[in-house]
Write a new protein. Structure first.
Length: 82
């Protein structure tokens, strides 16, 4: 078109931002699913932490369901990794 790139693959000018930005959608999809799971337990609109890396353990404990409730109280707040 106006600025051909003869050295790029198929004249591509992209530098990689789209894949990185798209990966964040997975994190927010997990957080939305957790919000729904918490709403089913009656915890509507309550803040909960989810740090990256969203490990299976962090996801499971933040969902607060009948399996995790004996181990975690409602005021549970894990240490934030810095």
């Amino acid at each position: 078109m106006g600025n051909p790139n003869s050295k790029g693959i198929h004249s591509s000018k992209a530098v990689g931002e789209p894949p990185f930005f798209l990966a964040s959608s997975v994190f927010f999809a997990i957080k939305d699913a957790m919000r729904v799971a918490r709403a089913e337990m009656g915890l509507i609109n309550q803040w909960f932490p989810l740090d990256t890396l969203a490990t299976p353990e962090r996801i499971r404990m933040a969902c607060f369901d009948e399996f995790t409730s004996p181990f975690v109280s409602l005021d549970f707040c894990p240490k934030l990794s810095v």
